[in-house]
Design a protein around this ligand. Structure first.
Ligand SMILES: NC(=O)c1ccc[n+]([C@@H]2O[C@H](COP(=O)([O-])OP(=O)(O)OC[C@H]3O[C@@H](n4cnc5c(N)ncnc54)[C@H](OP(=O)(O)O)[C@@H]3O)[C@@H](O)[C@H]2O)c1
Length: 336
């Protein structure tokens, strides 16, 4: 099979597609004939050794894939050869064949393509953790999503909207605002002044009042970090919650705790991976929920570009260069 075997960490352009032996599934694993690989911001961090976990090379990176089951380990009862699946592994997805732990493999509805499922799994699962498990968004809530046209942001809008929340999107261009409205945001603000003061004032004056009064938002889902996080606190109302999803700006902010105290606010993290270890049933329930939403046309994966496997690393470079609107997915043709 062909795979990107990482011998050492480095920029995307330094990694090459190679021919390797596919491994057999161990007792609790599923071997998947890979049809599609979803690319994510954390993949970009991982190939450079900048992700919070750093496996010792050599290893095959990649977390999201979808395809068909080829074989299963001795202790796997839930899947059989031929099943259509989507999987989120910790590593190994940048390959034509993927051995995935059974806990991270999900049945894929017939009408959800491998391209859409691979494009959706990390971002929808992350959004599920942020929106449902951590913020516990309910119908009628006022929800602000930053980086709203990014992968996680777009998924967060759609999950919150399906719950019945009133969503406001924060983006950097009119094109991204349009995409956010198509995804279900009731309002989308293009915020171009990204200075600390500019963001703070914008959130206080415009986002806090977006619902026609000064009560503020119930929840902010922040994927950007830096000054956006600090500004996000300014638009929260009584008992408001700010959910930290990531730091796409590259800047890890600090919270002034007096501000949290005076305004009765909570700040909480939403790490996806640890939820697989701690509350697997909740994650499996969430995955089945958003797969159903995709199958019923109530949510969409927003795949904007499909690349061949040879161009996978270019896709990561495009994420790095902020050229991506929606999701990039790699289509995998089996080389035998
Ligand atoms: N918590 C978890 O388990 C988990 C899981 C997956 C991802 N993440 C993290 O969540 C964040 C978002 O992931 P994603 O997949 O949604 O990323 P993405 O698709 O690349 O979107 C990120 C968005 O952030 C905004 N942004 C602001 N400043 C930026 C900058 N300097 N560079 C790039 N983007 C910038 C952009 O929107 P505008 O141009 O509109 O500002 C962009 O659309 C990342 O930090 C990622 O590592 C966390």
């Amino acid at each position: 099979m062909r795979a990107y075997l990482l011998n050492e960490y480095g920029l995307p352009a330094t990694h090459r597609l190679q021919s390797l032996e596919a491994s057999s599934p161990s007792d609790h694993e599923v071997l998947i004939a890979n049809e599609a690989i979803g690319l994510n911001y954390p993949d970009l961090l991982m190939v450079q050794g900048k992700y919070q976990k750093r496996p010792e090379p050599p290893f095959i990176p990649g977390r999201d894939c979808a395809g068909t089951v080829l074989s299963v380990g001795a202790r796997v009862d839930d899947f059989k050869p031929g099943d259509k699946v989507v999987a989120q592994t910790f590593s190994g997805a940048f390959a034509e064949r993927v051995t995935a732990p059974v806990s991270r493999v999900f049945k894929r509805p017939d009408n959800v393509t491998s391209i859409d499922a691979a494009g959706a799994i990390t971002v929808f699962n992350t959004a599920f953790v942020a929106v449902s498990i951590r913020a516990q968004v309910k119908a009628g809530d006022r929800v602000v999503v930053t980086g709203a046209a990014g992968g996680v942001g777009a998924a967060a809008i759609q999950l919150a909207q399906n719950i019945g929340a009133h969503v406001v999107a924060i983006v950097s261009s009119e094109e991204k605002a349009q995409l956010s409205r198509e995804n279900g945001a009731e309002q989308a603000f293009v915020v171009t002044d990204r200075s600390e003061e500019g963001l703070k004032n914008f959130f206080k004056e415009h986002v806090r009042t977006a619902w026609g009064d000064n009560r503020g938002a119930d929840v902010v889902i922040d994927t950007v970090g830096g000054d956006m996080f600090t500004a996000g606190l300014r638009c929260l109302g009584f008992a408001g919650k700010l959910v930290v999803v990531g730091f796409a700006s590259g800047d890890i902010p600090s919270a002034k705790t007096n501000y949290l105290l005076y305004n009765n606010l909570s700040v909480m993290g939403a790490p996806l991976d640890i939820h697989f270890d701690e509350v697997l049933d909740q994650i499996r329930g969430g995955t089945n929920w958003w797969l159903k939403l995709l199958a019923e046309g109530k949510a969409r994966a927003n795949v904007s570009k499909v690349l061949p496997m040879e161009e996978l690393m270019q896709g990561l470079q495009d994420i790095n260069d902020r050229k991506v609107l929606g999701k990039i997915v790699v289509s995998v043709a089996q080389s035998g």
